[in-house]
Ligand binder design. Structure first.
Ligand code: BGC
Length: 667
């Protein structure tokens, strides 16, 4: 097919074909001049309505270990094979394959055989062979030198052959998600003080530009750039230049921003998806904010959920379209097992002790990355884990769990990486050193099977494997958690239903990290609370096969200072709807707690941070410094006793976004 007739269509027709759930609400539709064959349709979310490719090489490794281990553990291990993983083109030779590994064509031919019914197969391929690859480490340093000749080899011997295979019309019905060059641009942002990275960076930028141009020209290929993880680019001093670097690379391509479909975080890393007990980086313990703990080093982004949403906002503000999709590699960021805290421990009085007692990430240092001891498999790969409104469009398993990150130097491994040595140390750049946290007792090169690591990853999986339902991905995370009402002693919550192939049996509600109820409904009223107190809530879904979802995003409900009654009175509850790191929307529910009807009501609060309302609805708002006053409109000022109404607003902020305490007065 000549390139000029290839078009990338984002059309309403695509939504009908692959299921409307595949589209983000903010997609700008580009109408095709005429109907195009289905094979050339380029949808907004290639993972929606698709089935993930099962790599036979990976499945064989998993099954061999599961049958060798046997027993209960072997049974759990075998469930891993039901999940889609990415195929790594980690050297030129991987394109053709060898006696032990399928080549790219052979994988795609298998993908064709895996298509069932009308659902397309989505095939994830990692493009990973830049000149001077892995410039800040040795574990995965590459075969091509950071020179003009190396770049030429990359383009002609590596990218061109890959693009030629992917463009074969035979594969046009497969959705191909390309994860492009893990770690490269994050190293370009943060590691310029290392000569190897300073030298490699221009080749990284040119190589990625070339790759984006080649792959974007193939309509069924979707380009995702790697963005490191929260523990790497989370500081605003890294995130701000990262936004500019990604925009610069995109704008150098022929199609500009349109050549990139989205971004993937946590590739081959272990930063947790959520830190359910550390939800507020500005929470003061012993007079210090949590983010000042040594583990966080003033990086306010504790987990991948917040990282992906903050990066989305940063990238959009640098010119990327709002249709970009964020992906998270959850293959090894689970952190289950006995070491995982089960409830908030609020006893510690210093930030370091508080963080140590409550973090699910068990690494001693966030910069540790090689064969991490104690990590578990995370969320199963799936599309739209937070519904259609979230910038996070899928969880993937990019790193096949069980494959080593790298070996370390010893008598038989002369070129290994000291970062992978269980007896070695890592430096934080501030003169502090920490253990590498690498699993002891093995020394296995990058990409090769690591039996002891696989066992740990299965045993520490979160959500856990179990129930004998191999294909069950477990319940989706409850969405839309909101405070629907408060009194002086209660907070009412609602959320949207989760789904699970095995069925959902109910939900657990957590107050300040401790479970307070398990209910079947999608709502709950928490009673017996203290007046004028802020409580934080999250909800998990329980699947019929015994699996538990990750916690929902947290909301804060603040009880009123008095029970009202006898005269006029009102209370107000506050819930953040969507928070993208530099801005958010919130809804406020106003309830008449008095015994007479209100004529009007006024809600006031004072933000601790620099939140600034940009627009509001269903109330007249004004703001002076951090102090906000919101008054009901003519049409919603009057409330009968127990009657409720609500208003909302959008605001910008930077730094923390702690929910304020609201006051309500009625007349
Ligand atoms: C290695 C690759 C390997 C990939 C998947 C990377 O860390 O460098 O060689 O294919 O992991 O295991």
């Amino acid at each position: 097919m000549p390139q000029t007739v290839l078009r990338r269509l984002r059309t309403a027709a695509a939504a009908t074909l692959f299921g409307a759930t595949g589209l983000l609400p903010s997609i700008g539709a580009v109408a095709p001049a005429h109907a195009a064959p289905a094979a050339t349709v380029h949808v907004a979310n290639p993972f929606a309505g698709a089935t993930g490719y099962l790599n036979p090489d990976f499945g064989a490794e998993v099954k061999a270990q599961a049958s060798a281990d046997g027993g209960t553990l072997g049974g759990l291990e075998s469930q891993v094979a039901a999940n889609s993983t990415a195929v790594w083109m980690d050297r030129i030779g991987a394109i053709a394959g060898d006696s032990a590994h399928l080549g790219l064509r052979a994988h795609l031919d298998h993908a064709l055989t895996q298509q069932q019914g009308s659902a397309p197969v989505v095939f994830q391929v990692v493009v990973y062979d830049l000149p001077g690859r892995d410039c800040a480490a040795i574990a995965s340093n590459g075969e091509l030198p950071a020179t003009a000749a190396g770049l030429n080899t990359y383009e002609t011997q590596y990218i061109d052959p890959i693009a030629a295979v992917l463009a074969d019309p035979k594969y046009a019905g497969i959705r191909i998600a390309a994860v492009i060059e893990p770690d490269s641009l994050p190293n370009a942002v943060t590691n310029q003080s290392k000569p190897t990275c300073a030298t490699a960076t221009p080749y990284y930028e040119s190589g990625i530009e070339y790759t984006l141009n080649k792959l974007h020209a193939i309509p069924n290929v979707y380009n995702y750039l790697d963005i490191g993880h929260a523990g790497w680019l989370g500081w605003s001093t890294n995130m701000v230049p990262a936004g500019k670097e990604y925009a610069k690379v995109a704008q150098a391509t022929t199609a500009g921003f349109a050549s990139i479909d989205g971004f993937v975080s946590d590739t081959a890393n272990t930063t947790p998806l959520t830190e359910p007990f550390l939800t507020n980086p500005d929470l003061a313990i012993g007079g210090q904010p949590l983010k000042s703990a040594n583990f966080y080093q003033y990086n306010p982004v504790f987990d991948e959920y917040h990282y992906a949403t903050a990066m989305y906002s940063t990238l959009v503000s640098n010119g990327f379209p709002s249709s970009i999709g964020m992906l998270v590699d959850t293959s090894r960021n689970g952190w289950g097992g006995p070491a995982r805290p089960a409830a908030l421990n609020s006893a510690p009085t210093t930030v370091d002790a508080y963080v140590a007692a409550n973090k699910v990430d068990q690494k001693p240092f966030r910069g540790d990355w090689c064969n991490i001891n104690g990590a578990g498999i995370g969320e199963r790969p799936r599309s739209q884990p937070y519904g259609t409104g979230s910038p996070i469009i899928a969880f993937l398993w990019v790193k096949p769990p069980g494959e080593s990150d790298g070996d370390y130097p010893d008598a038989s491994h002369p070129h290994g990486d000291p970062h992978c040595d269980p007896a070695g140390t890592q430096s934080d750049g501030n003169g502090n050193t920490y253990p590498t946290d690498s699993i002891p007792g093995s020394n296995i090169p990058a990409g090769q099977w690591f039996p002891a690591q696989f066992r740990q990853l299965v045993q520490n999986a979160y959500p856990a494997f179990g129930g004998g339902s191999g294909g069950d991905t477990g319940p989706t995370v409850p969405g839309g958690l909101a405070v629907t009402g408060v009194t002086s002693t209660s907070v009412s919550l609602s959320w949207t239903a989760s789904s699970d192939p095995a069925g959902v049996t109910g939900y657990s509600v957590y107050r300040n990290g401790a479970k307070v109820a398990t209910v079947a409904a999608t709502g709950y009223t928490d009673t017996g609370l203290s007046p004028a107190t802020a409580y934080q809530y999250t909800v998990t879904a329980l699947g019929a096969a015994g699996k538990v979802s990750a916690p929902s995003a947290a909301v804060t409900g603040t009880t009123t200072s008095s029970g009202g009654g006898g005269s006029s009175g009102c209370s107000a509850g506050y819930a953040v709807g969507n928070d993208w790191g530099s801005g958010f929307t919130a809804g406020v529910t106003v309830t008449n707690t008095g015994s007479t009807a209100t004529k009007s009501w006024t809600v006031t609060w004072s933000w601790g941070g620099n939140q600034q309302i940009t627009n509001s609805w269903n109330a007249v708002t004004s703001q002076s410094g951090g102090a906000v006053t919101a008054t009901g409109q003519a049409y919603n000022g009057a409330l009968a006793p127990n009657g409720t109404t609500s208003f909302g607003f959008q605001a910008t902020y930077s730094g923390g976004n702690t929910a304020p305490t609201l006051s309500c007065t009625a007349s």
